[in-house]
Design a protein around this ligand. Structure first.
Ligand SMILES: *Cc1c(COP(=O)(O)O)cnc(C)c1O
Length: 434
């Protein structure tokens, strides 16, 4: 291959070929053809001037696309709910609902009467129907907001009785005790890190008690000489029990036997359950509140409720997720290891045909994102030399794996099956010398 200016010019990819690239073609839908063409022309000009190799034009054009929002990535980390990757991906039904709701909607209007109606009743009715044990339900921005609303409306200026073993940090330096105290409620800590008995709670109750709080330690486990008091026992104390179950499981899941669910927790006697919408439920970021009618009414009418109210897009995604709960999160959790292995083997074979040496190795996936900390999910991964990690992470689209002992593992559990080809193409774009 010649290296002179004429040869180089001849090797610059043509505009129509570049416009056929899947990433550039997809970009024309959001940015418009003219803007994408302008980006392509600039990359071609750089190659003609000798600033780029001709085979780098495509990547340079993709890298130069304006990115108005967060970038779509492939999660091959084996962490099902990865907080840094936006936790739960929405189902296609939920995505369609979000797109449909982006225009004018009847979010707060009853079309039959022409009068104002309860905001987001479609999502609220679906949540209530999914958990018949709840007398009433409400939805706010996220799990933290649900707790803030509960603490403010039910315990501001009073005490929240909580075990020392449950004063958890939920991530990025945010700690539940700080969050609760920011509402003006006082924490009355009882018991010890590893053991808290019913008597510890009982001794702390008094006229100042707003409620007893039970927090599910969703991102760590304490093992050994431990003892906790469950909601059923706490409900005998004669004060309201608020249970932060974290993960948003609405009913029990046999795969996750230690994970509390909303229905069982309400049946055990909790007056209020709080949870996230974008963890195990697999829906949009939201804070779910389920509980006694009077409690939910107090929360809904509190002035703070207006500041925590959810967007119509969230309500649309939540309603769709509740109506059709076969989410990508559920699919990833329940994926058959045998099927995953076949996918990884096929990927290895096809990469091998292109001269890339990859191995198929067993892997362990986890729930992540504040859910089921002890649970290990048998999985399979494509193992590549570690040098692939950075170019794949910074590529277009980015593919995120996990580096373990000098190898990059790509676990396909959380990669949609129809994206295996995109992962293969991404690996092939990394210059290969192995
Ligand atoms: C995740 C979690 C929270 C915070 O919920 P967000 O939806 O992230 O605000 C609070 N408590 C527990 C137990 C959690 O697992």
């Amino acid at each position: 291959m010649g290296d002179g200016p004429v040869d180089r010019r001849r090797r610059v990819p043509r505009t129509d070929a570049l416009l056929a690239d899947p990433v550039l073609a997809a970009a024309t839908a959001t940015l418009g053809r003219d803007q994408v063409k302008a980006v392509i022309t600039r990359a071609q000009d750089r190659a003609r001037r000798g600033e780029l190799n001709p085979d780098e034009v495509r990547d340079a054009a993709v890298a130069a696309l304006p990115t108005p929002g967060p970038r779509v990535v492939f999660n091959a980390t084996g962490v099902v709910l990865h907080t840094n990757l936006g936790r739960a991906p929405l189902s296609s039904t939920a995505v369609a609902a979000v797109v449909a709701a982006a225009g004018h909607t009847d979010v707060e209007l009853d079309l039959a009467t022409g009068r104002r109606a309860r905001r987001g009743r479609g999502a609220l009715d679906a949540l209530a129907a999914a958990v018949p044990d709840a007398g009433a339900v409400h939805v706010v921005n996220n799990g933290a907001a649900a707790l803030v609303l509960a603490a403010t409306a039910l315990a501001a200026g009073r005490e929240i009785v909580v075990s020392r073993g449950e004063l958890v940090e939920i991530g990025d330096g945010f700690r539940l005790p700080d969050l609760l105290e920011s509402t003006g409620a006082r924490l009355r800590e009882v018991g010890t890190t590893n053991r808290t008995s019913l008597a510890d709670y009982a001794a702390a109750l008094g006229p100042q008690t707003g409620f007893v709080l039970k927090v599910h330690p969703s991102n760590f486990r304490v093992t050994g000489f431990t003892s906790a008091t469950d909601v059923r026992e706490l409900a005998t104390l004669g004060v309201p029990v608020v249970a932060d179950i974290g993960s948003g499981l609405l009913g029990a899941d046999p795969l996750l036997p230690d994970e509390p669910d909303a229905a069982s927790t309400l049946r055990a006697g909790a007056a209020l359950v709080t949870a996230s919408g974008d963890k195990l439920l697999g829906g949009p970021q939201a804070g779910l509140l389920l509980g006694d009618v009077e409690v939910i009414d107090r929360l809904r009418r509190h002035p703070l409720a207006r500041a925590l109210r959810v967007d119509k897009l969230t309500l649309a995604a939540l309603a769709a997720t509740l109506h059709q709960p076969d989410t990508p999160t559920r699919a990833a959790l329940h994926a058959d290891p045998g099927v995953l292995r076949e996918r990884v083997e096929r990927l290895r074979d096809r990469l091998g045909a292109d001269g890339r040496k990859a191995e198929v190795v067993p892997a362990v996936a986890v729930v992540g994102g504040g859910g089921a900390p002890g649970v290990e999910l048998d999985s399979w991964a494509l193992s590549l030399p570690e040098r692939y990690a950075t170019p794949l992470r910074t590529g277009h689209p980015p593919v995120l794996g996990r580096v373990v002992r000098g190898r990059l593992l790509l676990d396909l559990r959380c990669v949609p099956a129809d994206a295996d080809e995109a992962v293969r193409a991404a690996v092939l774009r990394v210059p290969g010398d192995d």
